[in-house]
Design a protein around this ligand. Sequence first.
Ligand SMILES: *[C@@H]1O[C@H](CO)[C@@H](O)[C@H](O)[C@H]1NC(C)=O
Ligand SMILES: *[C@@H]1O[C@H](CO)[C@@H](O)[C@H](O)[C@H]1NC(C)=O
Length: 533
Amino acid sequence: MVVGRLGFDGLLVVIVIVIVVLLGQQTVQTANILAVFSYALGSSYVLVTPYIQQLVSRGHRVTMISAPVTYMPDIEGVQHIRVAKLKELTEDLEIYEYEAAVPTKWYEASFIADYFYNCSKLILEDAGVRSLLHNASAQFSMVVLGVPHTDALYGFGKHYNASLVGLAAYGGAWNIDFLAGNSAPSVYEPMSASGFTAGLSFFEKWINLIFISEERLVERFIYLPRQLKLYKRHFAADSSSLLEMRRKFSLILLNQHFSLGRVRSNVPNLVEVGGMHLAQLAEPLGAELQSFLDGATDGAIYFSMASDMLEKWFPPDFHETMLTAFGQLKQRVVWTTKRQESEITSNNVYIRRRQPQREVLHHPNVKLFITQGGLLSLIEASYYAVPVLMLPVYFDQHINAERMERLGIGRCLNFHELTPKVVLEGIQEMLHNASYALNARELALRFRDQPMKPMETAVWWTEYVLRHKGADHMRINEQDMSLMQYYSVDLFSVLFGRIGLTALIVGFLAYTVATIALQSAHYLFKLSIPVVS
Ligand SMILES: *[C@@H]1O[C@H](CO)[C@@H](O)[C@H](O)[C@H]1NC(C)=O
Ligand SMILES: *[C@@H]1O[C@H](CO)[C@@H](O)[C@H](O)[C@H]1NC(C)=O
């Protein structure tokens, strides 16, 4: 009778719906997830927020430990634990002078080690976090956290016997490769700005190898011991258990994509999700900005040194320099700065503390983006096909900028040697040389051409780890290695042993040959003297 009333097609639809619902229940197992993000500097919550939102909308129950609400608004459906003191950490940073902030590699390393130690410490000592840890009924099957330099927080994974998922907001680096057990690490790139070379020539590769070796020592002897101290204190565990946790990452999501000029060999548990923050709906332009950009018949330029940049670290005449250069342009300029509107008199400049960056870049009249070269900004520029003029200031910005130059969509200016003339010439070159826009369009096509959107990729792999209870099978066998092997000490000794020996032999031979040659020349020269005279 039912068949009679619904018809065969109707029945088929019902069956399909039932199957889909059943399958759906089977594949979307919801889980308790603990997210721990200590960012109190930078726009990294822009990356994290849509990811957490997606997890919630898929039915997972997320508890999130993070900086106060000024850094990241509440996410609906998430149980937030806010660590108020993370705010003071940023305020403390403002007392550092720019020069003092990045003078040498060792100073930089101990400064960053201090900073991350403070982050982990403030989180672990927070009353809300303490009571979560003491709440016997709280259970999590997954802990998602920012990597690297958050080692003490891996203790959450141990405490809850949960799978560890890392989110690398600044993309891959050798230390992330090691967490993932990637046996083909990015040997050509040190992390630190001061140690950066492109690693193209043989000589540069060696320089990078030396820098990375230094960074390993820094990690081993500056970062780790301090994190280890916290880990031991708060999770009542020993150091071998931290080293074990460091080798237990189920998955690390990398905020990068090979189409953006950084090709790496990744093991299966390293997944590139660069651009996943674009899943968030873009903030609209608003009527005023819309008509400002619509009216930019000669084109417009977007200028932002990112919301997180501490403007007091800028060279003192930076704003005047830029403003003088902008004053000589036909183009209109949209500028994100903490400066007061009343201080700016040029009528081709539109300034606000915050601008809807993505929609500005998306506007067809915007022909150029002047940026410090932060990763998220460059991903957005690539997505919206806007050429970039970059003023890299610190950390990853130099390496990001260099990559954009190589892709032919940008140029760099030295942040500390800016004059109105230099800025103006930079802008004119970017606007008049059509190759930048052309390359930017090709890059955007490449970047957008992916089988799944980056956010879908991120969520799919996260749930894959849940479905397969940690997905240990994705890890390369390196996790079984001893500490010696883990730090590749054996590899290094063989490498240096062999290469060193070869170099020694070659050097000795060269010296011998040269000496013989010199002696012969000397002898011949001596012989030749009487002939000449
Ligand atoms: C870390 O915390 C200590 C003690 O509160 C403080 O003196 C130091 O300046 C902080 N360092 C950084 C880099 O945040
Ligand atoms: C931890 O989790 C794994 C896999 O999820 C399980 O096999 C193991 O028994 C758990 N250990 C404890 C102590 O609960």
